[in-house]
Design a protein around this ligand. Structure first.
Ligand code: PMP
Length: 286
């Protein structure tokens, strides 16, 4: 079935949607994005994603082509038209189409490009992988220094996923100056003696919307949380590990660099946090 997508104010079939070869997103990865999940046909954590989008745009001195209320309308319309019960909405905004290839930004009146499309993922919440957990390898973090901005320059994370795949694993945790920054497309956590440890916020990691919600739910459930960097050795010696992202929610990690975490199965903290996150965010989904 052909999807209906949204390009620069117009809903159209995916095979009719095109973007110029001079688009700054294509030539310079000069663009930002968001991924919002859909459960029961409703958007999860929409406000958080919209706020982060605004911040990413302003950090790059980029204009928004759309008001936030209209953005919600477009998300909802795409969910409805494409009959998405469980899945994802991808949104990308770039600095638009310059008249030629030039490192210097085009003039401020250049309209940004905005694209949204849906990804249908039946069974997203009831993921079989979450029941067994995933395996990660560690790789050195070779991304740029402003990882707090959600840009579309995802080549290194993509290479990281391929390295993980080649090693028979599911993902890679990136390490810089001896500590884990984050996963290729998620925030990383360990649990030791009941305490949840995850890296503190800075320019070194993306400020995950799921991270923020999960830490809030953990604290509300009287779980202890420490926001600090941790090493791969600590992860291997932890009782549990997991990651969070809008597309996988809370995902248990059962192996790091070939060493089982705990008894090598999803731990009680990750399992409980996944349940709480799904339950609570469904209640306030829009
Ligand atoms: N870190 C990175 C590098 C990511 O790409 C993502 C997901 N896009 C995350 C963390 C998780 O963020 P969120 O919970 O907002 O999906």
């Amino acid at each position: 079935m052909t999807r209906t997508v949204y390009v620069n104010g117009v809903y159209m079939p995916e095979d009719k949607a095109t973007v110029s070869i001079f688009d700054r997103g294509f030539l310079f990865a000069d663009g930002v994005y968001e991924v919002t999940s859909v459960l029961d046909g409703k958007l999860i954590d929409f406000e958080g994603h919209a706020l982060r989008l605004g911040r990413s745009l302003s950090e790059l001195d980029m204009q928004s082509p759309i008001e936030m209320e209209d953005l919600l309308k477009v998300h909802r319309e795409l969910v409805k038209t494409n009959s998405i019960e469980e899945g994802l909405i991808y949104l990308q905004i770039t600095r638009g189409v310059a008249s030629d290839r030039d490192f210097v930004y085009p003039s401020k009146d250049t309209p940004p490009t905005i694209v949204l499309f849906t990804q249908n993922k039946p069974g997203l919440a009831d993921s079989p992988l979450a029941k067994v957990g995933i395996k990660v390898i560690s790789i050195s973090d070779q991304r740029w220094g402003r990882r707090d901005i959600k840009t579309v320059q995802l080549l290194y994370p993509s290479m990281g996923k391929m390295m993980a795949k080649a090693a028979g694993c599911d993902d890679a945790w990136m390490v810089e100056n001896g500590t884990v920054t984050e996963g290729t497309s998620n925030n990383a956590y360990i649990v030791k003696g009941g305490k949840i440890v995850t890296r503190h916020l800075s320019n070194e990691i993306l400020h995950g919307i799921t991270r923020s919600a999960v830490l809030r739910f953990a604290r509300e459930a009287q779980m202890e949380v420490e926001e600090r960097a941790f090493t791969i050795k600590e992860a291997q010696d932890a009782d549990e590990a997991f990651f969070t992202s809008a597309s996988a929610f809370v995902m248990p990690v059962v192996e790091v660099d070939g060493r089982s975490i705990g008894i090598g199965t999803p731990g009680p903290v990750a399992t409980r946090l996944r349940e709480i996150y799904l339950e609570e965010s469904r209640k306030v989904a829009v």
